[in-house]
Design a protein around this ligand. Structure first.
Ligand SMILES: NC(=O)c1ccc[n+]([C@@H]2O[C@H](COP(=O)([O-])OP(=O)(O)OC[C@H]3O[C@@H](n4cnc5c(N)ncnc54)[C@H](O)[C@@H]3O)[C@@H](O)[C@H]2O)c1
Length: 250
């Protein structure tokens, strides 16, 4: 069986994805700037190197692309190399290597302003209202996905992820805001979401979906995610935060 390539395999979500995929019997190839513990096949490299990215794609049918600068940061020094140039290399090298399915991490920050104005839940066809440059970069990633699905017939799933906290400070921020709890994504649900996305039989080539844990009030359209991918969240805020508090994340 071909391994599934997980970029960003050392990160908050990447570790959860690797764990879930391996538990389901998939072979995983990790790719990150730093070694990912527990991944048998690991490539340490950077998204900004076409050579590294091309090497990571050899023999791969499904890519889960998580590696990125995961929030707003200096545009020229961080967002451009990691989230723009990196996305360019991932799509180009995946296509050249014959990859069939790309599952790419977008963000709920692309529909940031509808959180306040509604209507809720925010649909997958709503005109985006990006928060800032990080979110604008995620729209570049979604646009690249659409282009590659149309031009090359690749299967692409762009997932607008809810908030999977990386630090105890972020757990505190989520605890203080109802809307943040409604977009909370536990590490366990994140792992299960990406496994479902890798395993689903798709009706269409290009898919935009949202992923969160079970909200009290749905901010995002989770029905489309259920229908297209069969993903059903198993947890709700604050289930899973113990993992964040104990893992000494950045
Ligand atoms: N955690 C969230 O709440 C959240 C929400 C929406 C979207 N996302 C997206 O999900 C993905 C994963 O986020 P996360 O929270 O796990 O972030 P993270 O920072 O924990 O993990 C990102 C990983 O990518 C790696 N990386 C960064 N730049 C790289 C490069 N140039 N080459 C190789 N590896 C590189 C880092 O070393 C890190 O291990 C990102 O694309 C992020 O934008 C996350």
């Amino acid at each position: 069986m071909n391994p599934i390539l997980v970029t960003g395999s050392s990160g908050r979500i990447g570790r959860a994805v690797v764990q879930e995929l391996q538990a389901r019997g998939h072979t995983v190839r990790g790719f990150d700037r730093v070694e990912s513990p527990g991944v048998s096949e690991m490539l340490v490299g950077t998204l900004t190197s076409v050579v590294d990215v091309a090497r990571s794609m050899i023999g791969i049918h499904t890519v889960i692309h998580l590696a990125a600068t995961p929030d707003d940061a200096d545009f020229l020094a961080e967002i451009v190399p990691n989230n723009i140039v990196g996305v360019y290399h991932i799509f180009e090298e995946a296509q050249k290597a014959g990859v069939k399915r790309l599952i790419v991490a977008s963000s709920g920050q692309v529909v940031w302003h509808q959180r306040m104005t509604g209507p809720l839940p925010i649909g997958v066809d709503t005109q985006p209202t990006p928060r800032y440059w990080y979110a604008a970069g995620k729209l570049f990633l979604e646009g690249a996905g659409r282009a590659f699905a149309e031009k090359f017939g690749m299967e692409v799933i762009a997932v607008r992820l809810g908030w999977c906290p990386r630090t105890p400070e972020q757990v505190e921020e989520i605890g203080a805001e109802q809307w943040a709890q409604d977009v909370y994504l536990s590490p366990g649900d994140a792992g299960r979401f990406f496994a479902c996305a890798a395993e689903a039989t798709l009706e269409q080539k290009f898919n935009v979906v949202y992923a969160t844990s079970k909200p009290r009030r749905a901010m995002y359209d989770l029905e489309t995610t259920r229908r297209l991918l069969g993903f059903e969240p198993a947890e709700a805020w604050p289930q899973g935060v113990d993992l964040v508090m104990s893992s000494g994340d950045r």
